[in-house]
Design a protein around this ligand. Structure first.
Ligand code: PMP
Length: 340
């Protein structure tokens, strides 16, 4: 069919783009799956669609019903757009530290936003826990009922990647893929794509690229949940074993400091025209490390998670970056959309 039938049909089947600098630096073919080309401009559209489809199939979501979620932004944007297209309402609980651009987009897509302080998961006022309680309350009170998307522990999330992301990568590379690596928010992308690829060829290696401050590196290398340092990346950085990440068949793991990932994002924009967020920088840094580990001649795929305009006020704002002690290229001072 020469066109996609609607927004839901426009999710997925994203292109693989060869990352020139990363490939040349390693002698490997490093490919980025351009998830920012989904309608909600992130990888999370896939999980949003599968979570909503699953709730409808289970009969938990009736016409006109409400989807409630605790999200750092991208999942909420995906859910809100899919909900608009299918006739549902959206309520999003979001940590107030998330970028203004993501909050603005959520409101624009019709989501009702509940902003809460950013506190750790152990705290009962953590955004994920608040969203669960709110969903229970709304399920009793609003017409059409309400469901909690629960992206961290709802495995409809990773199923999206088992059934769509993995086969797309396998088909688009003609099966000639040696490794896949990405970071973890819920773990749906890592585990789902890893499982789906290994179903097709068990020799494909699965890699984890973890930001500082997250515990997945320690979990997959030593089996404990220790962490140190911090990262300005958004949407990734997990400190517990979610149901989505549980059992991810990880073969290789690395920890990427922001100082390593930030220049990759800036160079990618200036020299290859790809405008992405910092979780993508961490993914590409991980792909480069995995390529060096595997040696030249291999094909490694990673995820270009979301579009960079979502971070104009942070990653692409020289003042913000300086305040975090992170490197700012001189060209960004001249081109930044945020006036300094
Ligand atoms: N990058 C960004 C920008 C995200 O928002 C997310 C999801 N929170 C991820 C990466 C990680 O995806 P996943 O939840 O599948 O682990």
């Amino acid at each position: 069919m020469p066109f996609r039938t609607d927004l839901v049909d426009a999710i997925g089947r994203t292109p693989l783009i060869r990352l020139r600098r990363a490939s040349e630096a390693t002698g490997c073919t490093i490919l980025g799956k351009a998830e920012f080309m989904n309608p909600g401009q992130s990888v999370k559209d896939r999980a949003a669609l599968y979570i909503i489809k699953d709730a409808v199939q289970r009969g938990a979501l009736q016409p006109g019903g409400t989807i409630v979620e605790g999200t750092a932004g991208n999942t909420g944007i995906g859910i809100a757009l899919v909900a608009d297209a299918l006739g549902f309402k959206t309520v999003i609980v979001i940590p107030e530290t998330q970028s203004q651009e993501k909050k603005d987009m959520l409101r624009l897509a019709g989501a009702e936003l509940v902003e809460v302080p950013a506190v750790p998961y152990a705290n009962p006022n953590n955004y994920v826990k608040v969203s669960g309680r709110l969903a229970e309350e709304l399920a009793r009170t609003v017409p059409g009922g309400a469901v909690w998307a629960n992206q961290f522990d709802n495995v409809a999330n990773r199923q999206a990647h088992i059934e769509t992301t993995a086969p797309e990568i396998f088909e688009d590379t003609g099966g000639a893929v040696d490794g896949f690596i990405c970071s973890v928010g819920t773990g749906g992308t890592l585990a789902g794509t890893g499982i789906g690829l290994k179903q097709r060829n068990p020799a494909i290696k699965l890699g984890l690229a973890d930001p500082m401050g997250a515990a997945m590196y320690s979990f997959f290398t030593k089996g404990d949940l220790s962490s140190s340092g911090s990262s300005i990346s958004e949407g990734i950085g997990q400190n517990r074993v979610t149901r989505n990440v549980e059992g991810a068949p990880v073969d290789f793991a690395c920890q990427i400091p922001d100082e390593e990932a930030v220049p990759i994002v800036f160079d990618l924009l200036l020299e290859e025209g790809l405008c992405v967020g910092l979780s993508t920088g961490i993914n590409i840094a991980g792909a480069i490390r995995m390529a060096r580990e595997m040696g030249p001649g291999h094909t490694i795929v990673t995820i270009l998670c979301d579009y960079g305009t979502r971070y104009q006020s942070k990653l692409f704002n020289p003042d913000f970056m300086r305040s975090k002690g992170l490197p700012v290229p001189t060209w960004l001072e001249r081109k930044s959309a945020v006036k300094v």
